[in-house]
Design a binder for this molecule. Structure first.
Ligand SMILES: [Cu+2]
Length: 147
């Protein structure tokens, strides 16, 4: 393109071409970010699964961040030791309450987090085991991606 359209430096023509190219580039970027943002956000509300491991008397990752609608699946990978995933909220009537059964080696427990918030939890067997699920509202994701 640069070889065919020869315009003197600083001429109105070149400035216009530069300006026009800039506008088109900006528009394309905005469009790409918009489409990309929504395309990435859409499947998250459809309920993906995010894995959290239990091993060596710890939740891994200890802080897991997901978007609303995500199902978190804890799997006990520790040989010969039972664990639970149990909310720090003890009120069984609370929507923030959960309590897995004792998970033997290889067993999993899943819970879907539909509401944004910070959910602390622990293992009912081992007092030192703590974890946190951070749930971000999926509504904000496209905004974050668009900057
Ligand atoms: Cu445990």
């Amino acid at each position: 393109m640069g070889n065919r359209v020869r315009v003197l430096p600083g001429s109105r023509g070149k400035r216009f071409v530069t300006y026009f190219a800039g506008v088109v580039l900006l528009a394309l970027c905005a469009f790409y970010v918009m489409i990309g943002g929504y395309a990435k956000a859409a499947p998250i509300t459809a309920g993906p699964i995010v894995d959290a491991a239990i091993d060596a008397f710890a939740f891994n990752p200890q802080v897991i961040t997901v978007t609303a609608g995500t199902m978190v699946r804890w799997t006990n990978n520790q040989s010969g030791i039972q664990h639970t995933s149990s909310s720090d909220v003890t009120d069984t009537l609370s929507t923030n309450y959960w309590n897995s059964p004792f998970l033997s080696t290889g067993q999993s427990f899943t819970r879907t987090f539909t509401t944004a918030g910070v959910y602390a939890y622990h293992c009912n067997v081992h007092f030192g085991m703590h974890g946190t699920v951070v749930v971000l509202s999926s509504v904000y994701l496209p905004m974050i991606l668009q900057g």
